[in-house]
Write a protein that binds this ligand. Structure first.
Ligand SMILES: CCC[C@@H](CC(=O)O)C(=O)C(=O)O
Ligand SMILES: [Zn+2]
Length: 333
């Protein structure tokens, strides 16, 4: 294990960005502050728990190759290190019929785990990068099922109940090539993000950073994804990016990062850190009682609903801006 400043990784394995980041709190799982932070919809890394102990460092690439099962799995291919998500259903949507050209930045294929691992082992710079992203389902082998059953569901379910989250919707198994990046985006679900093998750097921003991170319009296939290229920010188009308030952590095997609903997150597998394995736990939001003042994520949710309604009723997305400007300039500003 590479040691640097008593960490199992070196800072030069992290990609460099123009921003400074605070640190996400890393608390022992018995610390009551964890529940305070979750209640405040703030991120926290839960340490030393046995939430995914049955899979920590056990779900190695080799073990998964043996036990993931022989049905194909969803693999994304990318020309570069970024794997920017896009919603296929929005590529051909009516509102997109206004000639909004969209070229998917990644290719989605199905691959057997053996072929995926072989490609990873034989990968050469310049070739497409690979990222396996597969919901855990009943096609996995019995050994994985046993490990999954042996997660500490009691701890997880207690948190789900205490914080009035909705139902668990899925567990996504993520097997990433070293150096891959999932660019900055937010999800509309609560997320317990469990790191099982290797190291991932996670940079998070609060929902109130909406005006610093410039999400694509809701009708766009890259809905919920930031338009800012962190590797080469365009400060002309996105001037507020320089004042985004990011916080970061590097999750190690066994760590569980709580990524609150609507929080922006950028996730990278450390460069030269080997293949990484994670599994996430996505929960629907609970029924939010509208208390005042409204929470930042509630305002984002309201913004999204407004945007969807306007695009729906105006039909042409290009009319949304002028209508909103005429509505607020000189009246609400
Ligand atoms: C497809 C999901 C990717 C994951 C980030 C990562 O591990 O690359 C994430 O964004 C999440 O768990 O919400
Ligand atoms: Zn996400």
């Amino acid at each position: 294990m590479k040691m640097g400043e008593n960490k199992p990784w070196y800072n030069d394995q992290l990609r460099h960005y123009d921003l400074e980041f605070g640190q996400i709190p890393r608390l022992h799982y018995t610390d009551p502050k964890i529940d305070e932070l979750i209640q405040q919809n703030k991120p926290v890394v839960i340490l030393g728990s046995d939430i995914v102990k049955s899979a920590k460092n056990r779900w190695t690439p080799e073990y998964l190759e043996e036990n993931l099962g022989n049905s194909g799995h969803t693999v994304f291919l990318s020309k570069g290190h970024k794997f920017k998500y896009y919603d296929e259903s929005k590529i051909l949507s009516r509102t997109n019929s206004h000639g909004v050209e969209f070229t998917p930045p990644t290719k989605k294929i199905r691959m057997k785990i053996g072929d995926f691992m072989k490609k990873l082992r034989e990968w050469k710079p310049g070739q497409d990068r690979l990222y396996l992203q597969q919901p855990l389902n009943n096609t996995v082998g019995p050994s994985l099922v046993q490990d999954f059953v042996n997660f500490n569901w009691d701890y997880i379910t207690k948190k789900q109940t205490k914080h009035q989250w909705g139902p668990l919707t899925s567990n996504l198994l993520l097997i990433s090539q070293e150096g891959n990046v999932t660019p900055c985006h937010f999800d509309e679900q609560q997320n317990f993000f469990a790191q099982l093998h290797g190291f991932k750097r996670c940079i998070l921003f609060p929902p109130s950073d909406f005006e610093c991170l410039y999400p694509h319009p809701v009708y766009h296939p890259h809905d919920r994804q930031s338009m800012v290229d962190f590797d080469k920010p365009d400060y002309e188009k996105f001037p507020n990016f320089k004042r985004a308030n990011g916080c970061e952590t590097v999750v190690e095997p066994g760590d569980v990062l709580y990524i609150p609903i609507y929080w922006w997150h950028h996730v990278e597998s450390l460069m030269e850190g080997g293949t990484t394995v994670s599994v996430n736990f996505w929960y629907k939001s609970g029924t939010t009682n509208l208390g005042y003042p409204l929470r930042d994520y509630q305002k984002v949710s309201i913004t999204r609903n407004l945007e969807k309604m306007l695009v729906e009723v105006l039909q042409d997305p290009k009319e949304v801006g002028p209508l909103l400007r005429s509505m607020i300039l000189g009246r609400y500003t």
